[in-house]
Design a protein around this ligand. Sequence first.
Ligand code: SF4
Ligand code: SF4
Ligand code: SF4
Length: 317
Amino acid sequence: MATLTISAADEKRVKALGFLSNKGTDNFSGRIITVNGKITAAQQKCIAEAAEKFGNGIVTFTTRLTVEVQGIPYDKIEDFREFIAKEGLETGGTGSLVRPVVSCKGTTCQYGLLDSFALSEEIHERFYKGYHSVKLPHKFKIAVGGCPNNCVKPDLNDLGIIGQMIPNFDEDECNGCKKCSVAAACPMKAAKMVDGLLEIDKDICNNCGRCIGKCHFDALEEGTPGFKIYIGGRWGKKTAHGRALSKVFKDKEEALNVIEKAILLFREQGKTGERFAATIERLGFENVEAQLLADDLLERKQQILNAELHVTGGATC
Ligand code: SF4
Ligand code: SF4
Ligand code: SF4
């Protein structure tokens, strides 16, 4: 029978490093951050070796693209961390902080409208690592989706960013064909013939870009790439669908700044223990959106970071 000898304080300390107690034992699962679910063959070998050397030989994959090695004894935790660091791997991903980023495979997917692995890596560096010492009211989850197919459910994250391709339709070039190949290509039925000419209903169009190049008369040759941002999604004990900001961002830096502003707003205006969805509900979506589109939060960044806030956040896992 297992003897439980690890104190609550030590359990808490290693949890902050990404080691979660295996119930009823003195062992832990080490949560390895994969940045965005993409690891090299050498890293996979290293994880497998570490699982045999320090754990019980079992490796599990979490829903948020981290990898957990089970059965690591408390006194092997530091050796384990050192061992995986050889391949540039680290543990973490717990607490009331920006959590590991989740990404779809938009980089290689036939529908991908952005390089989702590159973007999620940038977000990982700037916000997972860059904000690792910044306490938040609760956990803050970010997902990157390559297109509006939403495979990684960006709208169920505190913040989701999705690739866009806005169709540039030139109605002067439209000949009003009997059978419109653009309308036929639109999965959303947003492109349709109205009074003999093609029209794209902007309220229905999700900027998937599937219609681009489909017109034989050059009326829809190009699209403009962009980023849509959803805020306030969550999935768990309570659920909420994120809501898209009204602006589609054409500039990546601007979109990344919106992510930073959302984190700063959550830190400053969120109440300890509430998720971002609840903060948005309490403050009002329009108010939050206006702040995310303005410059004030970034201008006050140091002041917000220096404030003594959320010493004990609401995250329990
Ligand atoms: S969201 Fe789009 S780009 Fe990403 S995996 Fe799904 S279909 Fe591919
Ligand atoms: S195929 Fe091109 S030219 Fe013909 S109706 Fe559609 S958009 Fe217009
Ligand atoms: S971008 Fe997609 S949803 Fe919009 S009109 Fe083209 S095919 Fe339809």
